[in-house]
Design a protein around this ligand. Structure first.
Ligand code: GLU
Length: 295
């Protein structure tokens, strides 16, 4: 619904714990927006994060602001992309319309701290689920699985795969899994880290580095935006698995279960596919949604 006051009326008495799966037909601000559930805070366990967020009618979500297809600030500063749509789906299941989401830019290195210190309620930001990160935060999902790849200037012929990185200047982002992979597996490459992927791309265009590495789908977004200058190595061949999760506070198991339920409901009712097709799917093929991991 478009009127934020209506959202607060909590018209539905008892959607019960299946609230995530029973989204009311109440599109948030136009045909393309994910549905916003009519929820009652009593639908959620007392004292839960879901009850608090539904009561507040607002949520703060961290995402990328410079990554085409997944999270990129639009003309008015509001980010657009698949991660943004996933964030809207979760907010919608809490009865929060897109207008009441505060989007905070998170770069790769500050995602865990922003969750730990409560600056954001969630992070949806091409965020790979892994055990190191799980030491300090938790993940719902995955809702997509990417893989690490390489991107070079269009006329580059000598970088043909990860085996040709020795002695090359390789750009990636501080605090990212691809940067760690290069450190661990290609010590003979010259890794240069930047704060964001758009800064890696600028360094590549300027000739400051030879290659940019990160997830294939992030690189595909940059290539689609500048096909005259950029290309993927080996048709975007990948050499890692990067399952994208939704980061949340460690130990908030009820909230994690709720988000996993919400993702599964979105797989079922087509909202996930719709979100993909409207964003990353304009460039990339539509995959099967991955099974969520309720660890
Ligand atoms: N998915 C990888 C990560 O979480 C790379 C993309 C990113 O840095 O956001 O580190």
């Amino acid at each position: 619904m478009t009127n934020p006051l209506n959202r607060r009326l909590f018209l539905s008495a008892s959607l019960g714990t299946a609230a995530a799966a029973t989204l009311a037909a109440c599109g948030g601000g136009g045909g393309d927006e994910p549905e916003v559930a009519e929820v009652d805070t009593a639908d959620f366990p007392e004292g839960s994060t879901m009850a608090a967020l539904a009561e507040a009618g607002a949520i703060t979500i961290g995402t990328k602001f410079d990554q085409p297809l997944f999270g990129q600030a639009g003309p008015d500063g509001t980010p657009v992309g698949f991660d943004v749509e996933i964030g809207k789906i979760v907010a919608g299941a809490l009865g929060i319309s897109p207008d009441n989401i505060t989007w905070t830019e998170t770069v790769s290195a500050n995602r865990e701290p922003f969750i730990e210190n409560g600056q954001v309620d969630l992070v949806v930001a091409t965020y790979t689920i892994n055990d190191t990160r799980k030491e300090v935060i938790d993940f719902a999902g995955p809702y997509y699985v990417a893989g690490q790849a390489l991107m070079v200037l269009i006329d580059n012929e000598d970088i043909t795969g990860e085996d040709s990185l020795a002695g090359k200047k390789v750009a990636s982002v501080e605090g990212s899994t691809p940067a760690q992979y290069i450190l661990d597996n290609h010590p003979d490459a010259e890794l240069q880290t930047f704060d964001t992927y758009s800064n890696c791309v600028t360094a590549l265009i300027n000739g400051q580095v030879d290659v940019v590495t990160t997830d294939n789908v992030i690189l595909a977004g940059f290539v689609a935006a500048d096909e005259e200058n950029l290309k993927l190595v080996g048709d975007g061949e990948t050499f890692t698995e990067e399952p994208y999760g939704i980061g949340l506070a460690k130990g908030d198991d009820d909230f994690r279960t709720f988000i996993n339920d919400t993702l599964e409901a979105a797989y079922e009712d087509g909202a996930w596919a719709e979100a993909w097709e409207a964003t990353a799917g304009t460039v990339l093929p539509t995959p099967e949604p991955p099974a969520v991991d309720r660890y």
